[in-house]
Every structure is written in C-alpha cells, then in structure tokens.
Design a protein around this ligand. Structure first.
Ligand SMILES: [Zn+2]
Length: 350
C-alpha cells in the first residue's frame, strides 16, 4: 500500500473514532435526567441563564448552582462538590441523578437555612447638592416648573426609607443621603462597604434616579441591574484551593447577578402594577454602572421616569405620585426578601 493510501485510511479511521466520540457526547447518558422535570417534582425554583449556561436550583432558602460541562456544584454560595458535568441537549439541561440527590439533601438540611439573610438595605438617592442630575422645565398647571432629578430621587428615597424601616425593624435600613447634599461615587461606595454585617447577611443596594432624553416624547420607568462584567474577588485564596478560585468566583458572581435580576424583576413588576397605567414600562436593563466591591451585594438602579417629558415631569413633580412609586419599589424589595428568606415551600413561578 502506498503511503498516501495509508494516510487516507488513517484519516478515515480517525474520522470514525472522532465521530463516534462526538455521538457519545451528543447522547444523554442513561443515568441523566431532565433538570426542569426534576426541579418541578421537587417543588423547587429553577433559574436558568442560557447565555452563561448556568443554573441555580433553589428551595427552602438553599441554592445549588451548576454550569454546563462543569464538574463543580456550588452549595449555598460556599461549599462545593464534584459532580458529573451537566449537559445541554435540544435546549434542555440534563444532569446526573447524583446532582438531584445532592439537591434533595441540601434542601432538607436545617443547619444552613438562614445562610442568606438580608441584613441591610442601602437606599441611594442619585445626585444631590451641586449636582441636580437631569432637569426638565415645563409649563405645569400654567406655572413654569423645573423638575430636578435630585429632588425626585430624594423624595422617593425618603418615602421608601420609612416604609422599609417600619417593615423591617431588625434590619439596617440606610440612606446614602437624607438631605440635598453632594456625594461622589466613591463616597457612596464607601458607605456601602462600611456597613457591618454578620457572616450570613447580605446588603441590597437600591439607587433611585430619573431620566432625561433629547427626544421629549421618551417616557417610562426602567430598572437596571449590575452586570457580571466585574471581577469581584469574593472568596480569598486562603479559603479554597487556588486552582478552583477563578471558577468559584465566577459562579458566585453569577449568583449575585441572579439576585440583582430578581430584585429588578420584582421592582419592575410592582411599579407596573402601581403606576403602569400612567407611565409605560421600559423593562429591565443591564449596565456596569457601579463598582461594587462588597462581597454580598445584589444591586439595582431604578429610573422613575423622564423629567424631559412634560406629562411625566408633571407626575414626578407630584409628591403623591412619588409616594406611589416608593410604595411599588418597597413592595418589590419585600417580595425579594420574602423570596430569599422565607422560601420554605416556595414553588417558583416568577
Ligand atoms: Zn441619575
């Protein structure tokens, strides 16, 4: 046989080996089960991020995080187990039965039930003092009125503060500013990072703003959440194996993003219910708008409406309207807190 023919045969053999190899991987192994079906059976909540290929299964306050093709499962943000890697086929996620057993065991464990607790809520009224934020001047009720973002943000934040303080006497409810003063971004970050928390406590960070646009027709409210673009070093090298650090940190980052998206969704839905008949819902947006260095801090930013739109500026100049908006944000935050702290028996559906 000539050497070129030999090579051809070799290539064919390699081709068959490779294709059978891929066929093997394309098939769901016999001991694998459909994740969504199992989660439904367990009465748990599944959060699936198809872009990051990351799933969180949640019940009784416990969280099990897994990623496609990764052999690490993260339990309650801190403990990890080696598992058979989950796979994705036809847009469905399949996991080994061991992962389901791990989830059942985790959800039944009483010891760590209070692991995730909201210890503090930091309300950050945007702008202030020499920085008015967005400004809109309109004829409102025959009177020339200037609506300033800093005032809208402060009035809403003070209402929200009272509602939360009243509802959660055992939590730290804080404001970055309670008067018309100027704060730099660094000062706001510092306030957030200086809050004392217990090991199992998290902070929720809520920033309140109003919008402006060149297009005076632009109107509506929207909620932004912190994007996972930041590399926050959540676990220190002394805590875990150094090789696993980047993987674990990226998984934890996903967790905080998930929480931020959940708060954003709860607030958006609540605002829609409360003021949706007066102002359109613009949706949830993602932005790298704030450098959060704190380990446990799901963060959102609420844009209440456009001061540049006459109709909306009229609403934003009305204390009763801002009270309604504050009530809605409060309802959204409470729903989130309940979801995480008292999720025993919670079956999802959000
Ligand atoms: Zn602003």
């Amino acid at each position: 046989m000539k050497s070129t023919e030999m090579k051809k045969i070799h290539s064919i053999i390699i081709f068959f080996i490779l294709s059978s190899f891929f066929c093997l991987f394309a098939k769901v192994p016999a001991d694998y089960v459909n994740l969504q079906d199992e989660v439904t059976k367990l009465g748990a909540f599944l959060y699936w991020d198809p872009l990051a290929a990351h799933a969180i299964i949640q019940k009784n306050g416990h969280h099990l995080s897994i990623s496609i093709d990764s052999s690490i499962a993260l339990l309650d943000f801190r403990e990890f187990h080696i598992i058979e890697p989950p796979i994705r086929k036809d847009n469905q996620v399949f996991v080994s039965k061991d992962v389901i057993s791990l989830a059942i065991e985790l959800f039944q464990s009483e010891a760590e039930l209070d692991f995730f607790k909201v210890g503090a809520i930091l309300i950050d009224p945007g702008h202030g003092g020499k920085d008015p934020g967005a400004i809109g001047t309109h004829l409102i009720g025959g009177k020339k009125t200037t609506v300033q973002e800093k005032d809208v943000a402060l009035a809403t934040s003070l209402e929200l503060f009272l509602l939360l303080k009243n509802r959660y006497p055992d939590k730290q409810v804080l404001l970055t500013r309670s008067t018309d003063v100027y704060l730099t971004l660094e000062e706001r970050v510092e306030k957030a990072n200086n809050i004392n928390l217990a090991e199992n406590e998290a902070i929720i960070y809520i920033s309140i703003h109003a919008n402006a646009a060149f297009d005076t027709k632009a109107k509506g409210f929207e909620v932004w959440y912190l994007s996972p673009g930041y590399r926050r070093s959540i676990l220190t090298e002394t805590e875990v194996d150094k090789d696993l650090l980047p993987i674990l940190n990226s998984m934890l980052e996903e967790e905080y993003t998930t929480e931020s998206i959940l708060i954003a969704k709860f607030i958006l839905d609540s605002l829609d219910a409360e003021i949706g008949s007066l102002s359109p819902k613009r949706g949830i947006k993602e932005e790298e708008w704030f450098v959060v260095k704190h380990a446990h801090m799901p963060s959102v930013l609420v844009e209440l409406g456009f001061v540049t739109n006459k109709e909306e500026a009229t609403l934003l100049a009305d204390k009763n309207y801002l009270r309604k908006a504050a009530q809605a944000i409060y309802t959204g935050i409470s729903a989130f807190i309940t979801h995480f702290e008292q999720s025993r028996g919670f079956t999802g559906g959000q």
